[in-house]
Design a protein around this ligand. Structure first.
Ligand code: GLA
Length: 392
């Protein structure tokens, strides 16, 4: 019989921090080709994404043929991936990057290709033989155990995690990051995978960005080194968010310790888009060693009806990263981070630094405030000064 204790063993596969990479789905969808992936790997290097720490080049749904091969293995789509996945993996690795693939826990993927249900062991072996570094494991397509919160479903997802560890970390010696979509199974996720999606698929709209924030924030307690709530792939650079919305989108994902998976066409990315994706201050928050998720610690409306929120995340060096967010479209807001409410360790004068520009904004004792335009944010670090702690 299934017990909670059986699922409480941590997924000990060596990963501690959110993955930095790219995924084909948001831009290329089901039409993705081998050449698209090669061009993207080259663009990782050319744009500076690689230098900024991005490593995973992940192929989403539709890389596989409509049927398994005669020996029961997953095999590549012969038209769009003519050279096969091992050759593509080699191409990506030769550029110093990591290679990710997609499968589903059910009979089919979301696009009707073969899924890994009842083939977990074989498929994990296949992925390891192709030197795969990252598996996205989807949650749709003729599922034997359905979609509801059942132990059988959890065991099914656990089975793939075990197989990946066996064939990856313990087999090929190349650990495989295990990214799932569990929807409602979050209490289990932190111990059976490295990341889990919570919400419906993101789209390139401000409403969708806020929706992912609100859904993902419900599971902040689970975040820890080795497990991160996945707020879904980024829509930065996909042309339908304003620059301020894209910056806020990036800042939120960083404060939430979500995996950062760019979802745009990197071969056509503008300098402005690359600048957002590679911003060192926000990325340092995302990659903080504590791997904690930001939490809501203040909100309000201003006189004009603008809704603002304050979110904060503790950092390993004792400082706090804080985000002020104006969710509203129509008016700027006066927003503030209250140090006590946001668990900022209290000092005579904490130093506030803008994490995008690295500009020092001054010293503050109990709160920091800013005027935030519509659909915009501020992301700052609040750090202890050299002065002693205020004990009162
Ligand atoms: C689901 C996932 C998406 C993408 C598609 C592919 O909708 O949530 O992220 O992987 O399937 O079919």
């Amino acid at each position: 019989m299934f017990t909670l204790a059986a699922a409480a063993v941590a997924l000990d596969n060596g990963f501690r921090l959110p993955q930095l990479g790219w995924n084909s789905w948001n831009h290329f969808g089901c039409g993705v080709t081998e050449q698209d992936i090669k061009d993207t790997a080259d663009a990782f290097v050319a744009t500076g994404m690689k230098a900024a720490g991005y490593a995973c080049v992940n192929v989403d749904d539709c890389w596989m043929a409509m049927n398994r091969s005669a020996d029961g293995k997953l095999t590549h789509d012969p038209v769009r991936f003519p050279s096969g996945m091992k050759a593509l993996s080699k191409y990506v690795h030769e550029r110093g990057l990591k290679f990710g693939l997609y499968s589903a826990r059910c009979g089919h993927t979301c696009q009707g290709r073969p899924g890994s249900e009842d083939h977990e062991w074989t498929d994990a072996q296949t992925f390891a033989s192709w030197d795969v570094d990252y598996l996205k494991y989807d949650n749709c397509g003729s599922c034997k155990y359905g979609y509801s919160n059942t132990p059988a479903k959890v065991m099914q997802v656990t089975r793939m995690g075990d197989a990946l560890r066996r064939w990856g970390a313990e087999g090929s010696g190349r650990p495989i990051f295990y990214s799932t979509e569990m929807g409602g199974e979050q209490l289990f996720n932190a111990d059976i995978c490295n990341s889990a999606r919570e919400g419906s698929d993101i789209t390139a709209s401000w409403e969708s960005v806020l929706y992912e924030l609100d859904v993902g924030s419900e599971y902040a307690d689970l975040a820890k080194p080795g497990y991160h709530n996945d707020f879904d792939m980024l829509e930065v650079g996909n042309g339908r968010l304003t620059q301020q919305e894209e910056e806020a989108h990036m800042a939120i994902w960083c404060l939430m310790s979500s995996p950062l998976l760019a979802g745009n066409n990197l071969t056509a990315a503008t300098p402005e888009v690359v600048k957002i994706l590679t911003a060192p201050g926000p990325i340092s928050v995302n990659q903080d060693e504590l791997a904690l998720q930001g939490r809501l610690c203040g909100q309000g409306t201003d006189g004009a009806g603008g809704v603002w929120q304050a979110w904060a995340k503790p950092l390993a060096d004792g400082a706090t990263a804080a985000l002020l967010l104006n969710r509203n479209a129509s008016a700027e807001v006066n927003a503030s981070v209250d140090f006590r409410a946001c668990n900022v360790s209290r000092h005579a004068a904490s130093v506030v630094t803008d994490l995008w520009s690295a500009a020092t904004l001054g010293s503050y004792t109990s709160s920091w405030s800013a005027v935030v335009p519509p659909h915009s944010h501020r992301l700052v670090k609040i750090a202890p000064p050299a002065a002693p702690l205020v004990l009162a």
